[in-house]
Every structure is written in C-alpha cells, then in structure tokens.
Design a protein around this ligand. Structure first.
Ligand code: SF4
Length: 350
C-alpha cells in the first residue's frame, strides 16, 4: 500500500473507524485524534506532527486526505452575499458540483452532491437529463465540504444534500458521510445543520429514519399535489405515489420544532393556481408540520416552461398562506451561473 491509489481516504472514516484501521493501540488515541482532526478540519495529513516518528512512518503511506481539484469556480454577487459554484474533479476524472448559498444573517449553506448524475430524471432538472454515472463514496461527499472550506475558503454553517443526485438512492455513501459529519472528532456538525433533500423515496426515508439521527433535517421535492401532474414532472412518482410518500414522511421521527421542508418548483401553467395551492395544503396536513419553499422555476437547457413572474409567484404564495401554511420563497440565486435549483450538471460549467 505505498501508492496514493492504495491509501485509504481519511475523509470517509469516523474516528473509531480510523483508529481501528490504524492498528495502533488505544493508548495512542489522543495523538491519533489530533492527526485525524487535522485531516478533517484542515485537510492536512501530517502524522509526524502528532505521532512518534516510528508510528508516523508506519501510518503515513497508508492514509491520505482526498481533497478535490477545483476545476472551475464562479461566483455571482447577490443581496445576502455571493453565490459560488465549484466544479470539483474526482480521482476517476468525473466531476461534481457544489454550491455556496448565502442567506440573510450570514448563515450560508453548502449544497453538496451525492451522485455523479442522477437516475430520477425529473423533468425540470439538468442533472436528471444525463442519467446516473455512479454513486459518490462517503469520502467524496465529505471531501466537498472539506475542499470548500480549506481550499476554496468558503464559510458555511449548514450543509444541504441538494446538489447532483438523489441522496437516498446512495444510502451507503450518504450514511457514511453523515457519520463523519456528525462525529465530534470529525467535522463535528450538529445534526440540525444538515438536511437531506429527496425526490421522495419512501424506502430511503425509512432507512434514513433507522439511522436514528433525530435532529437531522429532511426536505422533499413535492412540485405537484396530484399524482398525474407529479408523475409528469417526476417519474419517481409513477413508482412511489403521493400516498406512499405521505405515509413515509408522516412516520419520519420528528423532534419538537421539527419542520419538514416541502420544496415546490413553481412552473406557470403546470403546477400553480388556487387548486394546486389547496392540494399542497392537503398534502402537508397529512405529513405534519412543514415549511414550504417555493422555488421559481429556472429554465435550463431543456425548458419545460418559463420562469414565473414575480406577480405569479406572489399570487401562489398568497394562496398557500391563506391555506395556513408557512411559506418561504427561495430567491433564484445563481441563475446566471447555472447554480440554481435544478441546474447543476447542465450546460453551465461542466
Ligand atoms: S431534481 Fe434531484 S432527484 Fe430530480 S433529477 Fe435532479 S438531481 Fe435527481
């Protein structure tokens, strides 16, 4: 195991897993923990800084820190700060994208990818048009966060799994990444600072629940409250319809104050209007407390419609609020650089 290709990427290991893989005695845990923390938080694998010369020379070639190559980085200034998009190169030559999304109060979020491509084929999404190439490993998912912070200098508070791919279609990679993110010796994130965004896979929601992270955030892309329209926008609905989705969401463990995110990409003439708003309210009533994020549609390279005007978006939001829902309109940040929702993996930069 001398070459980089054989070395184990520390970014995919929790501290206990790293300890076990090191083969060093529990008595060396304190120094190992320091070396591990430097790898996760500073992107440095320099065991000689924390371990004896003998231990370091044994461990050094067996592990590595798989920071990703920033192929392209672009940014666009906005009201709350700059939206930045990075195309990151993986070891096999594939690329994924991650996006820094500013928000009021300076609490930016990092949007990470979970797959190269996606097989969900949502009609409004650039990534879905290319199909699935492969899942990302836990290390490759964590590497996006570490690369963003260490190599790109991005400051963020939250992580959202809303980039390329359907996270619940990659259970091993995502559960492994969550374990490292929540590991106090690893990234040390609080569970409520991480949100999984799904197109709506009931079995995946059940698997997520079984992980036992009771403060983890969850959001679902609803996009239409009736099966006919939703199936036309999201083929996954032909396999798992709204009844199945609502049942899985209602069973997801909710802490006090938990609000499910319900994402709604608004396409004029397709899923807007008072009847659709009433349908969204009826769906939310089945799943518990929710915050509806209305996302004005961003036409990509294969548009299915046009972007709603501000008046149209406001009218839909008013109907949702009149039905008693908590609603937020997500400003279409990053539209010019193809970093907005549904636009990753498209014609922009990759
Ligand atoms: S919206 Fe998400 S789940 Fe749907 S095709 Fe795009 S990346 Fe996949």
């Amino acid at each position: 195991m001398n070459g980089i290709g054989d070395a184990v990427d520390i970014l995919g290991l929790t501290f206990p897993a790293f300890m076990a893989a090191s083969g060093l005695s529990p008595g060396k845990a304190t120094n190992l923990r320091r070396a591990y923390a430097a790898a996760l938080r500073e992107g440095r694998w320099e065991p000689e800084s924390h371990l004896s010369r003998v231990d370091a020379s044994l461990l050094s070639p067996r592990f590595r820190v798989g920071l990703l190559e920033a192929v392209t980085v672009v940014s666009e200034a906005g009201e709350f700060g700059s939206t930045c998009k990075a195309v990151l190169g993986l070891a096999d030559g594939a690329t994924v994208e991650c996006v820094l999304i500013p928000s009021p109060g300076g609490k930016a979020s990092l949007c990470v990818s979970s797959q190269v491509g996606c097989r969900m084929a949502c009609a409004f999404c650039e990534t879905g048009g290319a199909g699935l190439a492969r899942n990302l490993s836990a290390a490759e998912i964590v590497a996006q966060a570490v690369t963003a912070r260490v190599a790109l200098g991005w400051e963020f508070r939250n992580i959202v799994f809303m980039g390329m791919g359907e996270p619940l279609d990659n259970p091993d990679g995502v559960s492994g990444a969550l374990a490292v993110m929540f590991d106090q010796a690893g990234l040390g994130l609080a569970q409520e600072r991480v949100t999984i965004c799904t197109a709506g896979l009931p079995d995946g929601i059940e698997r997520l629940k079984a992980l036992g992270y009771r403060r983890l955030g969850l959001s679902v892309s609803l996009n239409a409250p009736d099966d006919v329209t939703r199936s036309s926008l999201m083929p996954v609905n032909r396999v798992f319809d709204l009844d199945a989705l609502a049942a899985a969401l209602a069973a997801f463990p909710s802490r006090r104050n938990f609000a499910l995110g319900v994402n709604y990409c608004l396409v004029p003439g397709v899923n807007d209007g008072p009847a659709a708003a009433a349908g969204v309210a009826a769906f939310v009533a089945r799943v518990g407390r929710a915050l509806v994020n209305v996302i004005p549609y961003n036409p990509g390279s294969r548009p299915i419609g046009r972007a709603p005007t501000e008046t149209e978006a406001d009218a839909f939001v008013a109907s949702l609020r009149a039905a008693g829902l908590d609603v937020r309109v997500r400003a279409p940040r990053g539209r010019a650089l193809m970093a907005a929702c549904g636009q990753l993996g498209g014609r922009g930069l990759s």
